[in-house]
Design a protein. Sequence first.
Length: 277
Amino acid sequence: MFNKKLLTYVYLKFSKLYVFLFGRKQMQFINDIIFSLSLDAKGYKHYAHFFNSGEKSFIKLIKNEIDLSIDIGANIGDYTKLLLLETESKVISFEPLKGAFEELKKIHLQFKDRSEIHNIALGAETKKQNIFYEHEKSEKASLVSNLEEISLIGDKNKNKTLIDVKKLDDFESYFSKQKIDLIKIDTEGFEYEVLKGATKILDQHKPKFIQIEFGWHHLIKNQSLYNISKLIYFSDVFKILPYGKKLIQVDPSRPENNIYHLSNYVFIRKDISNHYK
């Protein structure tokens, strides 16, 4: 076992040397490269790399623990299909965009006995609301109206259409006969609203796993991982890493765990979280 005092001493000495050598303007490009590579290795910036996001390893890790899963923001069905292929879980998927839903429907037809799909969005209120998108299958489609403030999106989400938004709590009686084990939420900045509209479901079911994408959208909405964790009070927070079968527990109140690059976190119910530490 490593001696913590010795490691701390070595770190402080190395830190002083590093800052002395690289704490200058002309050396910042090196710091930027190292910082960017570190973010990659810690599971940030995974956009457009579904199978490098660590999600496949995570699903394999919990495959024997889930019988009923909900995929909120299913898009064309990549995550839904992964669940159906890798587990025996029933999967209920929600996707509001018509084009993406048609692709999701193809997956549903392959797994009719374990798949159910809904062409609606979920949020904090039951109402009609505009969704903004680049094209009908866009994975960056969002109910957040000011995503043009994000440099990586800009004016791409220039199309909009009025859709039905419901609360997950509207399905409370539907889920009364079976416990929900996994909820995955990838709604491009609308995750907090989805959770706000699911307070009854969360209190009643206390799902074993709730996976959430966290990133740039939350920055412009002044939301933090800490805010989100308060809604999932019965769980510990873990980071999904790009590779490997292990998760890493994080403290959502610490600033280094509130980096606004796309990343996946999983909230694991406290009574079983020790198994994943």
